[in-house]
Design a protein around this ligand. Structure first.
Ligand SMILES: [Zn+2]
Length: 197
């Protein structure tokens, strides 16, 4: 499923508002941002792995999940039909490119969502490891899918409250050229998605 690329002629001020007198950066949807280097994030992440071992994965997943939920809320605020995967894919790609997270290319294979990320910022220049480490991205995908499910009728279905599992099956720290995530979508989500853009 193809997603059109946003214009490469965008400048930062088309995406963010900078108030240098107050030290405040906001997105056009009003979310506050701050600039940080990928290197600083990676150092923090490596410290988390050292201190919390496998607990770090769950913290990073939680951070990502929050971001994923917020991204879907922001998409809804710009009147994106979040039940339409074509529009969600387009919005996700644009968000990734404009946020410096890398080039996100999602696709559907039967009931599975596959998300490939080229130049992922969450494992940038990280040392080789024997497990994938981009738990933030897994969380982002899971949080976004959960929020999309809540937007679909019937909203009171108890099955919607469970966390959607996402597996990172390729990662640059494993020696792969890209990071890639897969999630088997719940049947109701697949049934209720509208694939006609
Ligand atoms: Zn990765």
């Amino acid at each position: 499923m193809a997603a059109s690329l946003p214009s490469s002629s965008l400048s930062p001020s088309d995406v963010l508002d900078f108030d240098f007198s107050r030290g405040i950066i906001r997105s056009k949807s009003g979310m506050r941002f701050f600039l940080n280097s990928s290197e600083a994030w990676i150092i923090m992440k490596e410290k988390m792995f050292e201190s919390f071992s496998s607990g770090a994965a769950s913290i990073l997943f939680g951070i990502g999940s929050f971001y994923g939920e917020k991204a879907v809320e922001a998409a809804k605020n710009t009147n994106t039909d979040v039940a339409n995967p074509v529009l969600v894919i387009r919005a996700a790609k644009k968000f990734g490119l404009q946020s410096g997270w890398g080039n996100i290319t999602p696709r559907f294979e039967r009931d599975e969502l596959i998300v490939m990320v080229t130049d992922c910022c969450f494992c940038h220049n990280m040392k080789k490891r024997d497990e994938a480490v981009c738990y933030e991205f897994s969380g982002i995908i899971s949080g976004a899918l959960g929020k999309i499910m809540l937007a679909l009728p019937p909203s009171n279905s108890p099955s919607k409250s469970s966390t959607i599992s996402v597996k990172e099956r390729k990662c640059k720290v494993l020696g792969d050229s890209v990071c890639e995530f897969s999630s088997v979508l719940p049947r109701m989500l697949v049934n209720e998605m509208r694939f006609n853009a």
